[in-house]
Design a protein around this ligand. Structure first.
Ligand SMILES: CC(C)(COP(=O)(O)OP(=O)(O)OC[C@H]1O[C@@H](n2cnc3c(N)ncnc32)[C@H](O)[C@@H]1OP(=O)(O)O)[C@@H](O)C(=O)NCCC(=O)NCCS
Length: 170
């Protein structure tokens, strides 16, 4: 069975926080950070699978600290665990105060991507080999998160059955 090291899917992105990126509190707009997270995570999933990928779900984006215009924002992502065609990607967001060099974890996120084959169907992906302590911890705890996701997906499907699809003006 094909396997890849977690480090082979690692991606990094670093950005400034511009005035056009902030909300009314003058801190980074959450939607902007979520777009960065989905973007970088999709590249990790593509590097791991070397296939087309789609975002299947985002478990959570935990905004732990506000990100200011005096901070740089650095995202790191990698594939932590895989099922048959699905890949769990972890993203951590590290801010650095550019005046003092002080760093913090400002946000974390887990997303699931699914590899898509030439036939447009979910396609198998390599397993992950973790190496560092962080990679190993995330790899070992992933099956529990995958179970929770499965349960949530079933609930979402049931939920969708009783939602209306009428537009409000109809
Ligand atoms: C994600 C998608 C490809 C799954 O297709 P499907 O026909 O339901 O496929 P399956 O039920 O066989 O599931 C395939 C895999 O996806 C996983 N999966 C499906 N929905 C999921 C969800 N909401 N969260 C996590 N994993 C999910 C399954 O657990 C399965 O994993 P495995 O192969 O590792 O066991 C399909 O639902 C889809 O195309 N969704 C829209 C994706 C999209 O447009 N994303 C945004 C833009 S990229």
């Amino acid at each position: 069975m094909e396997q890849r090291f977690a480090k082979e899917s690692k991606c990094f992105k670093i950005a400034r926080v511009f005035p056009t990126d902030v909300n009314n509190h003058e801190t980074l707009f959450g939607g902007k950070l979520m777009a960065y997270i989905d973007d970088i995570a999709s590249i990790s999933a593509s590097k791991h699978s070397r296939k087309m990928v789609v975002t299947a779900s985002t478990d959570s984006v935990d905004f732990l600290l506000p990100i200011r215009m005096t901070d740089s924002v650095c995202l790191e992502s990698y594939v932590t665990w895989t099922g048959r065609s699905s890949m769990e990607v972890f993203v951590k967001v590290i801010t650095e105060d550019l005046r003092t060099g002080e760093r913090h974890i400002a946000a974390t996120s887990f997303l699931t991507f699914v590899a898509i084959g030439e036939d447009k169907k979910p396609a198998p992906v390599p397993k992950v080999i973790p190496e560092t302590e962080e990679e190993t911890r995330l790899h070992e705890t992933a099956p529990r998160r995958a179970d929770m996701r499965k349960h949530r997906r079933e609930e979402s499907k049931k939920f969708a059955n009783y939602l209306t699809i009428d537009f409000p003006w109809e």
